[in-house]
Design a protein around this ligand. Structure first.
Ligand code: CAA
Length: 410
């Protein structure tokens, strides 16, 4: 029985990863493989064919969103009791990787729903989870994450958006920046100061529903990459929400939950970067086999082979670290912040290097929009910036390292 299952599992692995892909993926569970296979099918049928058009037009790929919903992938990370698939961070990462392999924008359009809903999962009451999670799990509702502001980016704790208690409500005022997916989301997890003067301990999180009076989508950014997903400002002007929209029902937990959310979500950005790097490598291998110069395919030159070998090695190393961090998240490992920052830092730098080299391998054609490769490079750049710049990741890693050293010395 078990042997049969293992056999089926192996056959599925071979089917999915038949194109000379990672041996690491042989270690995936049956559930991991099922999610990844479904995601790849959606990516190849419904994402790759429309990626260029939505990139040019800066329009949200609703048809891909519908396909994701129909494939039952909308709530991979959401617990079963709230209508989700009950998968973990590893499953989420595999799905994001497959989507990003076809289109980096769709990778984040999907992943941002995990970012927005993690604070509810981590800090919400049962009633709040039952109110917001099932719609997201069913793919009926999208959610975004409102932490950053114009003057509060890396220093997230310096936000000035305020939420003041007024009877049974809170009234929120402020402007949130870099809100990925905010223009299409039904819900937005908004972080605001409820107790001024208490620093990070004075910050709370609210779920604000689109359409609430005083909630308005502002400026749409005209971006270099991930152009299919809207990144917007969210204006909160006397926006009144019920006290039952304060996550966890207690003030002052918001910053901690934001940081815990980023620990869980950064492997998702790393998976997006990994998918972009793998996708660019796939295209580079294919192109260099077809392109002929000096009477032969350019992949017969050692200089080209060595570039491909370096790219493939970097991709594989990134995959190891992303999967290790995702498994650590699922195991609720203590050192998650460090590992999560490490995988984000490493995989996103790899994505930039691999996609840039892929453009190089396409030569002049790579620089033009006739070929899909330049989009990979544009999409990759943001992964080094959002959900904490790679400089902030280094800070998180170094702080953890020094803390560990100090406690070892005690
Ligand atoms: N888990 C739990 N608690 C944590 C934590 C973690 N990982 N990290 C910090 N905390 C807690 C601390 O214990 C501390 O709590 P106490 O006051 O009770 O002791 C509190 O949070 C403050 O911690 P710090 O003093 O370490 O905070 P800091 O001000 O020095 O900032 C930082 C730390 C790491 C720089 C943080 O501000 C940070 O991660 N900045 C980057 C923000 C970021 O990633 N923004 C991206 C937003 S999303 C986006 O990009 C857009 C999008 O839509 C995709």
């Amino acid at each position: 029985m078990l042997a049969n299952r293992r056999d089926r599992n192996r056959r599925a692995t071979v089917r999915l990863f038949a194109q000379g892909e990672s041996m690491v993926r042989e270690l995936l569970t049956k559930q991991n493989i099922e999610f990844a296979e479904r995601a790849r099918e959606v990516a190849e049928k419904h994402i790759r064919p429309i990626a260029a058009q939505h990139d040019v037009e800066q329009t949200y790929p609703w048809s891909a969103q519908k396909a994701i919903k129909e494939a039952g992938l909308s709530g991979v990370w959401i617990p079963k009791e709230y209508g989700g698939a009950g998968g973990g961070t590893m499953d989420l990462c595999l799905v994001v990787e497959e989507f990003a392999r076809a289109c980096g924008g769709m990778g984040v359009a999907y992943a941002v729903n995990a970012l927005g809903s993690f604070p509810v999962i981590l800090g919400g009451t049962d009633e709040q989870k039952a109110r917001w999670l099932p719609g997201i799990a069913a793919g009926e509702k999208l959610i975004s994450f409102g932490l950053s502001e114009r003057d509060a980016g890396s220093d997230a704790g310096s936000m000035t958006t305020k939420a003041e208690r007024n009877g049974d409500d809170y009234v929120i005022d402020g402007v949130k920046k870099w809100n990925t997916g905010g223009a299409v989301a039904s819900y937005n997890t908004i972080f605001a100061v409820t107790q001024p003067g208490r620093g990070a301990r004075g910050i709370s999180a609210f779920v604000v529903e689109a359409g609430t009076p005083g909630y308005r989508v502002g400026k749409h950014e005209d971006k270099m990459g991930i152009r299919c997903v809207p990144v917007v400002e969210i204006h909160l002007e006397g926006c009144r929400v019920g006290k039952n929209q304060l996550l966890g029902g207690a003030e002052g937990q918001g910053f901690k939950h934001a940081m815990m959310t980023l620990d869980l979500a950064r492997p998702g950005v790393a998976a997006q970067a990994l998918g972009l790097a793998q996708g660019a490598l796939d295209l580079a291998v294919e192109y260099t086999g077809k392109r002929k110069q000096f009477g032969q395919s350019i992949n017969s030159f050692q200089g080209i082979q060595w570039m491909l070998a370096d790219m493939a090695t970097q991709v594989e190393a990134a995959r190891q670290l992303v999967y290790a961090a995702a498994r650590a998240a699922d195991a609720k490992a203590k050192n998650l912040s460090k590992l999560s920052a490490m995988c984000k830092l490493f995989a996103t730098d790899v994505a930039m290097m691999v996609t840039t080299n892929a453009v190089q391998l396409f030569g002049g054609y790579g620089y033009c929009k006739d070929y899909p490769i330049e989009k990979y490079m544009r999409d990759a750049k943001i992964t080094q910036i959002y959900e904490g710049t790679n400089q902030i990741q280094r800070l998180v890693i170094a702080r953890a390292l020094l803390r560990e050293a100090a406690s070892a010395g005690e």
